[in-house]
Write a protein of this length. Structure first.
Ligand code: 5GP
Ligand code: SF4
Ligand code: MG
Length: 460
């Protein structure tokens, strides 16, 4: 999240981060600037736990960037919380990064040979160290130079004491949008950048456009300027943003997530319908697809599982123990709805299969006579290196078992996944200029050269 030209930039960023909390819950932070000084405050936990009125008062200025983190590389520690700031001959630069770089080792070694002292174990710091060590003369050239040297997924916002930068990797893996709040009485407009457009709504910012793959935008006193640092790569935006990650009230890659997700449900019903009495989503991630499935199949929809909203997203916490505990804390069946019914459960994905098995058991124990599971994407057979924390191949159930074996493992009466062509149709249908997507976790075909080979070894 970034904001330029607002008298209360830190507070606006705080509101924006609130709407982006689902993208990371381990740590959060805001950096602000008033044209002279840059301040930052970071902490572990939720945005609401880190920031109070008193804390926000320590972040004056009309420029701010902010971040919520869930770790995919680097430890889950305060040290790695963002924004990360580095002071160099180019002045102080702070960065907030969503995504995951893949050519870390080489870039980091080269920088350390050049004398870079890394403060964190996070991949994101590499980008600003590259900027700090770049030989180009202007800051914007140094940034473009740095971004050409890293491979992988990066949607980033950066700030100096008087400017904001926003950029996306040439594949456009992660979303990043630009919004605008019109200035009142002839005052200049306020510019906002956020991973998802849902962050704009609370700020009354109007969605203007996406930051394009390979684009670097600068906002300064002279207005907004844009350039492309790399145009040689085909777009490969993360299709899993539409399946699970983003909020349905966001537009990502120029497309409403709600629209894609409802279509996934409709397509699932067309591809693998089964006679039943009730459609039940696994909340919250399965809800929108389940509504689509119910519409298409004509089978009634109801909330047969209730989620306790005071427990965080279990998958996002890295400790296995927390996850197991989390499932039981998080979901509870509604016996009065499920008793005596043939139930179709809709969820977005099966990763290890352990959650799904618990849920199927729970629904059966609550009196369902049949439990069919439908998944709104293809089997997850390969890990993600671009910012989604999927486990390595040996822990991905679909990399190691057939659909029939998974069905037996989770103890469902039937199991079906959405086809890859079906999914692609759901995420492009009706678009004048359809996106092209990364689908590597379903196909094993990675759009970057670098992948972590140790993660894609099959189970032995
Ligand atoms: P499993 O059955 O594999 O143990 O758990 C699957 C559940 O984890 C699904 O309900 C899915 O919504 C949830 N989940 C939460 N976070 C993630 C994530 O980052 N990736 C995937 N694939 N699933 C996630
Ligand atoms: Fe998204 Fe999957 Fe590609 Fe990762 S591998 S970027 S989760 S589509
Ligand atoms: Mg879920």
């Amino acid at each position: 999240m970034a904001i330029y030209n607002h008298p209360d930039a830190a507070r606006m960023t705080y509101w924006g981060l609130y709407s982006l909390q689902h993208r990371g819950q381990e740590s959060g932070g805001i950096a602000s600037a008033d044209g002279q000084n840059v301040n930052d405050i970071k902490g572990m936990g939720l945005v609401s736990e880190i920031f109070t009125d008193e804390v926000l008062a320590k972040l004056p200025g009309h420029i701010a960037i902010g971040h919520t983190r869930y770790s995919t590389t680097g430890d889950s520690a305060l040290l790695n919380a963002q924004p990360i700031s580095v002071d160099s001959t180019k002045g102080l630069i702070a960065i907030a990064h969503n995504g995951n770089l893949v050519n870390l080792g080489t870039a980091r070694e080269r920088l350390e040979r050049d004398g870079a002292l890394f403060q964190t174990t996070s991949d994101s710091e590499i980008i600003i160290q590259l900027i700090a060590h770049s030989k180009h003369s202007t800051l914007v050239d140094c940034i473009a130079d740095s971004l050409r040297q890293v491979e992988g997924a990066f949607s980033i916002v950066m700030m100096t004491r008087n400017r904001i930068f926003a950029a996306r990797d040439p594949h456009g893996f992660r979303p990043l949008s630009m919004g605008r709040i019109p200035g009142v009485d002839g005052a200049p407009d306020t510019f906002v950048f956020a991973s998802e457009t849902c962050a704009f709504d609370l700020l009354h910012a109007k969605y203007e456009r996406d930051v394009k793959p390979g684009e670097l935008i600068m906002v300064s006193e002279d207005g907004v300027t844009s350039r492309y640092f790399d145009t040689t790569t085909e777009q490969a935006s993360c299709i899993f943003e539409h399946v699970y990650f983003a909020r349905p009230d966001s537009k990502v890659f120029g497309r409403w997530v709600q629209q894609s997700r409802a279509e996934m449900g409709r397509q699932l019903a067309r591809e693998s319908g089964v006679p039943a009495d009730l459609i039940v989503p696994v909340p919250d991630s399965g809800v929108t697809a389940a509504i689509g499935y119910a519409e298409e199949s004509g089978i009634p929809f109801n909330l047969g599982l209730i989620r306790n909203h005071y427990v965080g997203r279990t998958f996002i916490q890295p400790e296995q123990r927390t996850r197991d505990f989390g499932v039981r804390m998080k979901l509870n069946p509604v016996r009065s709805l499920l008793e005596g019914k043939r139930v179709i459960l809709i969820d977005d994905s099966i990763i290890r299969g352990t959650t799904s098995r618990k849920i199927v058991r729970m629904v059966r124990a609550a009196g369902a006579t049949e439990v069919h599971l439908r998944i709104s994407c293809p089997p997850t057979i390969s890990p993600c290196f671009y910012g989604v924390d999927t486990p390595s191949k040996k822990d991905l159930i679909a990399a190691n078992k057939s659909v029939k074996e998974i069905c037996e493992f989770i103890e469902a009466d039937s199991l079906a996944y959405l086809s890859l062509n079906g999914l692609l149709h759901c995420c492009t249908e009706g678009d004048a200029e359809p996106n092209t997507y990364c689908t590597a976790c379903y196909t094993g075909n990675y759009p970057t050269q670098w992948v972590d080979v140790s993660e894609i070894l099959p189970a032995t």
